[in-house]
Design a protein around this ligand. Structure first.
Ligand SMILES: *[C@@H]1O[C@H](CO)[C@@H](O)[C@H](O)[C@H]1NC(C)=O
Length: 275
């Protein structure tokens, strides 16, 4: 504990040093920026102004590299970036990023062969549940860790069992567009089987209906990694003759393994990593 505090202080000191040095760089001079204006710009969040633009840059690159899947298997968000991840995940930028992914998915489904009436009922689409259809942000807001501490599964599942998770912005619309186009929608979640009725009620409450199957992890599936479980579901759907056109999820475990989906849509989420 004392050691990690010392480390944080050392890091904070290092970053402060770097900030003052970097603020003199040529780009800032060209833009007529000086350290004071830079600080004022980020001061919407008082924490940000304390930490300075360099920590901002470091944390943004950590976040982007999580999304790019260069950084894997992290158990917690680096302590010095928890504030940044929280800021991003509750920002309009996060919503813009989601909106862009939804736009791309909409464009893509417009180009697929599946059209209303012409479909043979074997075109499929897969959605994750958490942080794809339903947001866990209220949980992180309530318990305040935003990835800074390892997820307390008991507490998290208790929250899930209340069934109060809101829909992610734009996602209800996308869901119904895909469904109305004639795709069969499969929801593949790492949630446990005992949360089924809470999950169904929550999804309906949030505006989703008409999916073909909701797959959750029973005892057998809990023995596998989430990646393997999700790949096995895709293999099963393929074996039934379904063409999986797209998978949308907030974890890389939704896309890994065989069979490879035709298209994947990764939504931002740098709060936790599940393999
Ligand atoms: C996890 O949450 C439960 C329920 O709120 C609590 O009883 C337990 O002590 C927590 N565990 C840890 C490791 O914090």
């Amino acid at each position: 504990m004392a050691r990690s505090l010392l480390l944080s202080l050392t890091l904070a000191f290092l970053f402060t040093e770097m900030v003052s040095a970097r603020d003199w760089n040529i780009l800032n001079q060209l833009k007529g920026l000086n350290p004071t204006t830079t600080t004022t710009k980020t001061s919407q969040n008082s924490v940000a102004s304390l930490k300075g633009p360099n920590l901002n840059g470091y944390c943004e690159s950590w976040r982007v590299n999580v999304e790019l899947h260069n950084i894997r298997d992290f158990t917690v968000v680096p302590q010095e970036c928890v504030w940044f991840i929280q800021k991003y995940m509750t920002s309009s930028q996060y919503e813009d990023d989601l909106a862009r992914a939804v736009d791309e998915a909409t464009l893509y489904i417009g180009k697929t062969c599946c059209e209303k009436k012409k479909c043979d009922g074997m075109d499929a689409w897969i959605f994750d549940v958490d942080d794809t259809l339903l947001s866990t942000i209220p949980y992180h807001k309530k318990h305040g860790s935003f990835g800074g501490e390892q997820l307390n599964t008991t507490q998290f599942e208790e929250w899930q069992s209340w069934g109060k998770a809101p829909a992610l912005p734009n996602m209800v619309k996308l869901f119904h567009e895909i469904r109305e186009r004639g795709f069969k929608i499969f929801l593949v979640s790492s949630r446990k089987e005992y949360l089924r009725s809470a999950t169904v009620e929550n999804l309906i409450e949030a505006g989703y209906h008409g999916w073909s199957n909701l797959l959750l992890r029973g005892e057998e599936e809990e023995k596998k990694s989430v990646t393997q479980y999700k790949a096995d579901v895709r293999a099963w759907l393929t074996s039934l003759g379904y063409r999986v056109w797209g998978v949308m999820g907030a974890q890389w475990n939704s896309f890994a393994g065989c069979p490879v989906p035709k298209r994947t849509f990764k939504l931002p989420n740098s709060i936790y990593y599940v393999a």
